[in-house]
Design a protein around this ligand. Structure first.
Ligand SMILES: Nc1ncnc2c1ncn2[C@@H]1O[C@H](COP(=O)(O)OP(=O)(O)OP(=O)(O)O)[C@@H](O)[C@H]1O
Ligand SMILES: [Mg+2]
Length: 275
C-alpha cells in the first residue's frame, strides 16, 4: 500500500529477531516477554503499537529506550546497537512523571538543563513548546495545580524540548477522560505536524485504543499474544493533515475494523491461556 511514503526514507529503528525477557526470581528461569520480533521503522514515521495486555509492548519500548537489555537479536537506532539511554530518545509514560517541585517551565526545561543546553536559545524553545501545547499562562504553576490533561501536555513538551530523534510514548493518554483524550490526540497531531516540519521526528506510540492508533499513525503494528511478535503491520493511508472529521469516513472505519479484528483475535488467544 502506498501513502505512508516511508519506502525511500532512511531506516531509523531496525528490530531483528529480538527476544527480551525477565529472569524469574523464584527459579531463575528466563521468561520471554517478546520473541521473534522483527520490523523496521523509517525516518519520520509515526508508529502505533497495539496488542493484548501483557504482550510485551512496554517491555519492547523500555528496550528501545535503553532501560533494559535485549536477550538476543539486534536492536539498532540509526545503524547503531542500542546500549543504554541517550539524549536521542525521549519517553512519555501513562502516569505523570513530572517533578512536583518544579514549575511547568522548569519541568519542560529539565532535559535541556541536564544537557547544559538551557541557554537563551533553549529557554526560547521551552517557551515556544509551552505555547505549542497550549499552556500559556500556566508557566509558573506546579504539577499539583494542573489537571491530568495539562500534566500530559507538560510531559509532551518536555519530551519534545530536547529535539529527540525518536519519541517513545507508552499509553500517554490512557489516564485521561474521553473528551480530554480526544483533545490531546488532536494536539499531538498538530504538534507533531508543526514540529516535524522543522526537525523530522519518528514516534513509537503504544495504546490500547484502536481508533486512537488509526487516527494518529502512519502505520499500526499489531503485536501477538505473549510472547509478543509482529502479527501485522497495517499502513494507514489516511491523508494528512488529519482532523477528527476523518474518524467518520468509510476508510477510517475499514482500517479500524481490520486492526480491531486482529487485536481481538490476539486477545482471545491471550485469554485462552496460551501460556
Ligand atoms: N520488571 C518485570 N519483571 C518481570 N516480569 C515483567 C516485568 N515487567 C513486565 N513483566 C512481564 O512481561 C510481560 C510483558 O509485560 P509488558 O508490561 O511489557 O506488557 P504490555 O504489553 O505493556 O501490557 P499492558 O498492555 O498491560 O501495559 C508480562 O507477562 C509481565 O508480567
Ligand atoms: Mg504496557
Amino acid at each position: 500500500m502506498a501513502g505512508s511514503g516511508g519506502r525511500d526514507r532512511a531506516v531509523k529503528l531496525a528490530v531483528r529477531d529480538v527476544r527480551i525477557g525477565y529472569r524469574e526470581r523464584r527459579n531463575g528461569r528466563f521468561f520471554a516477554a517478546v520473541q521473534n520480533l522483527s520490523f523496521e521503522i523509517k525516518d519520520n514515521e509515526f508508529i502505533a503499537i497495539v496488542g493484548p495486555s501483557g504482550c510485551g509492548k512496554t517491555t519492547f519500548l523500555s528496550a528501545v529506550a535503553g532501560l533494559i537489555e535485549i536477550a538476543s537479536g539486534s536492536l539498532e537506532l540509526n545503524g547503531h546497537a542500542i546500549q543504554g539511554p541517550g539524549p536521542d530518545r525521549s519517553l512519555v509514560f501513562q502516569q505523570h512523571s513530572l517533578f512536583p517541585w518544579r514549575t511547568v517551565t522548569a519541568n519542560v526545561g529539565f532535559g535541556l538543563e541536564a544537557q547544559g543546553r538551557l541557554d537563551e536559545h533553549g529557554r526560547r524553545r521551552v517557551s515556544d513548546l509551552i505555547e505549542l501545547v497550549g499552556l500559556n499562562g500556566k508557566e509558573g504553576k506546579y504539577p499539583r495545580e494542573l489537571s491530568g490533561g495539562m500534566s500530559q501536555r507538560v510531559n509532551l513538551a518536555r519530551a519534545l524540548a530536547t529535539d529527540p530523534d525518536l519519541l517513545l510514548l507508552d499509553e500517554p493518554f490512557a489516564a485521561l477522560d474521553a473528551q480530554t483524550r480526544e483533545v490531546m490526540q488532536e494536539e499531538l497531531t498538530r504538534v507533531w505536524q508543526a514540529d516535524s516540519a522543522s526537525g523530522g521526528k519518528t514516534a513509537l506510540f503504544i495504546t490500547h485504543d484502536v481508533p486512537e492508533a488509526v487516527y494518529l499513525a502512519d502505520r499500526v503494528l499489531v503485536f501477538s499474544a505473549s510472547p509478543g511478535r509482529l502479527v501485522e503491520s497495517v499502513d494507514i493511508d489516511l491523508p494528512r493533515p488529519r482532523d477528527p472529521g476523518v474518524k467518520r469516513s468509510k476508510e477510517f472505519a475499514e482500517l479500524n475494523d481490520h486492526v480491531l479484528g486482529l487485536v481481538m483475535q490476539q486477545a482471545a488467544i491471550s485469554r485462552g491461556g496460551a501460556r
